[in-house]
Design a binder for this molecule. Structure first.
Ligand SMILES: NC(=O)c1ccc[n+]([C@@H]2O[C@H](COP(=O)([O-])OP(=O)(O)OC[C@H]3O[C@@H](n4cnc5c(N)ncnc54)[C@H](OP(=O)(O)O)[C@@H]3O)[C@@H](O)[C@H]2O)c1
Length: 314
């Protein structure tokens, strides 16, 4: 299945939220959605960076319909305030792109006491989704897109429920891997959950492969330079291309709920977007259900969509 953005029809009338929209893959995703006439809410944490990116995109995409709404995903009260502000202005949401992320920071806790990568990359987005899902029209064109990474296969490869916030032992790479595994498992579980509620809304996951964005901001500059001037060109692709699995998940009419998209090249590091591979653990339904329960408790959120049809399971 080759994804060709040229053949995607206008998305006029649709409203999208893209978190982390001011740089990197979020920025490129906004450009593509704006080109397709989608209204895009740029969900960002720094007003100046957001304004700068918005002006930049408006210059590149004349007529782009963009709005900035501030959110700090590392603070659940900010996530709640964002959702409330959105609901005051809009009565529908077509695309929720859970893109924002951080990688390999020194150990820190979020405002709510979560390890910062788990809190920002996963739990903030979990709550955001719970707070907005009921605004999505019940159609296959309504999409929640969750960002994972090849890193979900690294580290222990499993969610460490006994030390979710790395209080006993912090590995910055392990905690990033775990947060991205959680995003993928959430996307899968959300799709099962939607299907069980008889909903057509699709939960789809994506990863960009490897791309030289500001995600590496916590790496020493010499390491970034070393990679950039040696193996980088062989392994990385530019953000505009790396964003395409996200755009595919959001807009491809053939994309099914529960699918995972990523680049098709060597080890899924670069290349054209298509179906990607998940670790066995990522597809473990019991673990995903447990993660969901824990996430509801941690974010003090619980949500039930009204069922539209009874679904029987054997
Ligand atoms: N680049 C890669 O090779 C790669 C590989 C696999 C997966 N990914 C995933 O792709 C997604 C996008 O990453 P990227 O490469 O585009 O990174 P990036 O260039 O660093 O962009 C990350 C975005 O997230 C925002 N953000 C960070 N913390 C936030 C918070 N607490 N609240 C709200 N927004 C916050 C950043 O805002 P500020 O600019 O204000 O900091 C920025 O807009 C991430 O989920 C990442 O895990 C990337």
């Amino acid at each position: 299945m080759a994804f060709d953005l040229e053949h995607i029809p206008s998305q006029a009338g649709k409203t999208a939220i893209v978190t982390g929209a001011n740089t990197g893959l979020g920025y490129e995703t906004v450009i593509n959605l704006a080109k397709k006439n989608c209204k895009v809410i740029m969900a960002c944490r720094h007003p100046d960076r957001a304004e700068h990116a918005k002006a930049d995109i408006e210059a590149k995409v004349p007529g782009a319909n963009l709005e900035i709404l501030l959110i700090d995903l590392s603070d659940l009260s900010s996530v709640r305030a964002f959702a409330q502000a959105f609901r005051q202005q809009y009565d529908r949401l077509d695309l929720l792109i859970n893109n924002a992320g951080i990688m390999w920071p020194p150990y820190a806790l979020t405002v709510d006491g979560f390890e910062s990568q788990m809190g920002t990359n996963y739990l903030g987005h979990f709550l955001l989704t719970m707070l907005l899902l009921d605004l999505m029209p019940d159609t296959p064109e309504s999409r929640v897109v969750s960002l994972s990474s090849n890193a979900h296969k690294l580290g222990s490869g499993a969610i460490n429920f006994d030390d979710l916030h790395s209080e006993q032992n912090y590995s910055k790479t392990g905690a990033y891997a775990q947060s991205k595994l959680a995003c993928l498992m959430f996307g899968n579980e959300l799709q099962r959950w939607l299907a069980n509620a008889g909903k057509q809304i699709r939960s789809i996951t994506a990863h960009p492969g490897v791309s030289n964005t500001e995600l590496a901001r916590h790496m020493p500059q010499y390491q970034i330079d070393l990679i950039q001037y040696t193996i980088g060109p062989l392994l990385c692709h530019p953000p505009a291309q790396a964003a395409m699995p996200i755009v595919m998940a959001a807009l491809d009419p053939e994309a099914q709920g529960g699918e995972y998209f990523g680049p098709q090249g060597f080890l899924e590091m670069k290349g054209q977007p298509g179906r990607a591979t998940q670790s066995d653990y990522a597809q473990n339904q019991a673990a995903a259900e447990h993660l969901w329960d824990v996430s509801e408790q941690l974010t003090e959120s619980t949500f039930a969509l009204p069922q539209t049809q009874a679904v029987t399971t054997p």
